[in-house]
Every structure is written in structure tokens, then in C-alpha cells.
Design a binder for this molecule. Structure first.
Ligand code: SF4
Ligand code: SF4
Ligand code: FES
Length: 246
């Protein structure tokens, strides 16, 4: 039966255990529901998957063909066999982590994952040390959850980074903090408002912001510190993506 010919529920196996998935579900969704551990960085259940980090690799056998797939976008089908921890899976995840370590060696989550996979250092030369792994979660969250579309990817190659259009404060930004909250590598910090590391950090959060478009709570203007308050060590009380499960 081809993937297109079935509907409803599909029985298949993950690491030898029979599980049930539904049409349109991904391997990652079923695996998490069933308690299997598959690491992710660019995935969040509230946002359409984009498969940029490749950490969620698993091995899938469909018919006589076995291949590595990114489980956050690969849809389940009847009778497939999924393996989450074969030697090949672990070796490839380790390679992915080496590349990420070469870009964001100081990101706590990357360090933690590297340690879990027995990696002390990367074979690759340091590309850039800014914690951002270009996973795009913040960009997608700002667009899909908040609806502000205030940030995006800028430049190409080694210069690619996240920022606001023309790298100036964006009037579209409602200062909700969702991008800060959802970033898996702690690359966005509200205390970086006045630092030119990422365009998003340049926002002057001293205007009257509207109510949060996610939960509708308080006008955020009173909760937001201006860059001068930040420089003076002001207390940054933020909404931090309230209502969004991490
Ligand atoms: S703080 Fe601004 S840039 Fe970040 S998610 Fe909210 S609206 Fe978007
Ligand atoms: S700032 Fe964080 S969420 Fe945004 S692309 Fe970089 S690592 Fe991903
Ligand atoms: S979580 Fe699947 S590619 Fe990043």
C-alpha cells in the first residue's frame, strides 16, 4: 500500500514496539506520545515543522528500503519500521552536533546534547560563536504564533543571521518575548537590547506596546524596560511567551 492509499490509523513499529499513528502525523509526534526519546532543536509542537537542524534523525524501513529521515517532518504510514537509536542514527546525530558545536559552542543546550552523545569537542573549525544555530524557530514563532512577522533571516552564508528588516527597531514587534522564550540555544537575550549582535536585540522597547496577541493579557508597555533602564541594570519583567509550552 502506498502512503497515499491509506486513511485513518496506521500500525507500525518504533524500536520493535507496535504503535498507532494517524494520517498526517509525523514519526516524532507518535514517538513522543509513546514515550520514545528523540532529540530536537528546531521543532516546537505549536509551529509547523521546518526540519533545519537534522537532529531528530531516525532510520525508517518501508518495504525493502531503509533510509535516514528527519522524524519531525516524515509522516507515518502502515507497516513502516522506525529505529531511533541504531549505530547509524547515533553516528549521524553526533555529526550534526559537531557542526552545531562549531557554530554555537557556548550554547547550553548544544553543550548538554554534545555531552550526552559523548562529544568533547568538534572536529570542525569554529564558524561563528553567537549561540544562534539558525534553526528559525524564533522567526516562525513570531510569524505563526504572534502574527507580528517582525524578524527574519538576513544575509547569506557565514553572515546569515536573524534580525529585523533593515536591522532597525521594528514597529511590528509587540515585545511579547516569545522569540526569547522559544529559542533553544538562549541566543536571544532581552538584556542585549542595546548590543548589535543580532538585529532583534536592537529593538528599543520603550514604546507603548499593545496587549499580547497570544493571551490578550496586559498592555506590555508597563512591563518593558527601555534600553536606558537596561543599561542602568533595570529589572526586566517580561511576558516570556506565556501560554506557549516549551
Ligand atoms: S518580541 Fe517581537 S520579535 Fe520577538 S516574537 Fe514578540 S513580536 Fe516577534
Ligand atoms: S535566535 Fe534562536 S530560535 Fe532564532 S534562529 Fe537562532 S537559535 Fe533559532
Ligand atoms: S527537529 Fe527535526 S530537523 Fe530539527
Amino acid at each position: 500500500m502506498s502512503h497515499a492509499e491509506w486513511s485513518g490509523a496506521a500500525k507500525f513499529t518504533i524500536d520493535g514496539r507496535e504503535v498507532v499513528g494517524y494520517k498526517g502525523e509525523t514519526i516524532l509526534q507518535v514517538a513522543r506520545r509513546e514515550g520514545f526519546n528523540i532529540p530536537t532543536l528546531c521543532y516546537h509542537e505549536a509551529i509547523a515543522p521546518y526540519a533545519s537542524c537534522r537532529l531528530c534523525l531516525v532510520e525508517v524501513t518501508a518495504g525493502r528500503r531503509t533510509k535516514l529521515v528527519t522524524s519531525c517532518v516524515y509522516e507515518v504510514a502502515p507497516d513502516i519500521e522506525v529505529k531511533t537509536d541504531t549505530e547509524k542514527v547515533m553516528r549521524n546525530r553526533k555529526s550534526v552536533l559537531e557542526l552545531l558545536l562549531a557554530r554555537a559552542p557556548d550554547a547550553p543546550r548544544i553543550k548538554q546534547l554534545a555531552a550526552e552523545y559523548g562529544l568533547k569537542r568538534s572536529r570542525y573549525p569554529l564558524v561563528k560563536n553567537d549561540k544562534c544555530i539558525l534553526c528559525g524557530l524564533c522567526v516562525r514563532a513570531c510569524k505563526e504564533i504572534v502574527g507580528a512577522n517582525a524578524i527574519g533571516f538576513i544575509d547569506r552564508g557565514a553572515e546569515r543571521h536573524v534580525g529585523t528588516p533593515i536591522e532597525r527597531a521594528s514597529e511590528r514587534c509587540v515585545g511579547c518575548g516569545t522569540c526569547v522564550y522559544i529559542c533553544p540555544t538562549s541566543a536571544i537575550s532581552l538584556k542585549d537590547v542595546s548590543a548589535p549582535m543580532l538585529g532583534i536585540h536592537d529593538h528599543p522597547y520603550d514604546y507603548e506596546a499593545p496587549d499580547c496577541s497570544v493571551c490578550g493579557e496586559f498592555g506590555l508597555g508597563s512591563e518593558i524596560a527601555s534600553p536606558s533602564q537596561v543599561e542602568e541594570g533595570g529589572d526586566l519583567k517580561r511576558h516570556q511567551g506565556k501560554g506557549i509550552k516549551k
